[in-house]
Design a binder for this molecule. Structure first.
Ligand code: NAP
Length: 252
């Protein structure tokens, strides 16, 4: 794959676990400096230490995407350490399940503040540095849920993920004059540490409903993000790539 991101710097929000860690690993394997951002610094540090074996520079930072000041402070630290920011992978997200009937204001606000407002705060904090990059890139981890499908218990989550795509289209237009592209990856069911704990039978059942008969790996999402962040993807903006093993294709 492209080596255009060698020596560049990527911030991966939610890079300490799951899909974000997979994104961080793929970028690190391609020579990109990686800033892993999460609320639990101890877990982020452990992931950074694990990925350090790739030979790229990896550092962990404390950051809460739903807190503007926290994002601004984190970005200052990253720029101090790496000298700039070329790519923002806005990946941090939460997906608690609650039905519409039982949804509280707090349930709604937690999801929207993290997944949607968190995207705004992450981008605003990085923007001054993305503008200075040779080719600035924003890659959002959205979801098939909300944009394409629904799932009981996830009305707030689906709304937050669809909202990310509405935001993306205008961001792509506003930032085009700065030569910054803004795109999104829409994962289907991905095998993360969280899902592994659900047991083999559960995972087998989920895999059976996917045309390619397996769940996605976190690196599958990482490779799509790496492509959208590459120099070669420079004429693609405001677009989505579905990475779901064909899950959304069947009519019934
Ligand atoms: P995960 O394993 O639960 O990891 C979530 C990551 O986000 C962790 O690093 C977590 O670290 C961080 N995070 C959560 N809230 C944060 C906040 N307020 N500020 C900063 N970091 C925060 O989740 P995942 O399954 O990998 O999901 C990652 C993204 O992919 C999400 O946006 C999700 O919507 C999307 N997605 C996942 C799937 C799937 O099958 N897993 C499918 C479609 C889309 P801390 O808790 O330490 O902050």
């Amino acid at each position: 794959m492209s080596d255009s991101l060698q020596g560049k710097t990527v911030i991966v929000t939610g890079g300490s676990k799951g899909i974000g860690k997979g994104i961080a690993r793929v970028f690190a394997n391609h020579g990109t400096n990686v800033a892993i951002v999460a609320r639990h610094l101890d877990i982020a540090k452990a992931s950074a230490a694990e990925l350090d074996q790739t030979g790229s520079k990896i550092r962990a930072y404390h950051g809460n995407v739903s807190d503007r000041e926290s994002m601004e402070a984190m970005v200052k630290e990253v720029v101090r350490d790496f000298g700039g920011i070329d790519v923002l992978c806005a990946n941090a997200g939460i997906f608690p399940s609650v039905t519409i009937e039982e949804m509280t204001d707090q349930n709604w606000d937690d999801v929207i503040n993290t997944n949607t407002k968190g995207l705004l705060f992450s981008l605003q904090a990085c923007l001054p540095y993305l503008k200075k990059a040779d080719f600035g890139r924003v890659v959002i981890t959205s979801s098939i849920t909300g944009a394409v499908t629904g799932y009981p218990g996830w009305s707030h989550y689906g709304a937050s993920k669809a909202a990310q795509l509405g935001f993306m289209k205008t961001a792509a237009l506003e930032l085009a004059s700065e030569h910054i592209t803004v795109n999104a990856v829409l994962p289907g069911n991905v095998l993360t540490e969280g899902l592994e704990g659900m047991g083999e039978d559960y995972i087998k059942d989920m895999a059976a409903s996917i045309p390619l008969k397996k769940l996605g790996s976190v690196e599958d999402i990482g490779y799509a993000a790496l492509f959208l962040a590459s120099k070669e993807a420079g004429f693609i903006t405001g677009q989505t790539i579905v990475v779901d093993g064909g899950q959304i294709l069947p009519e019934d």
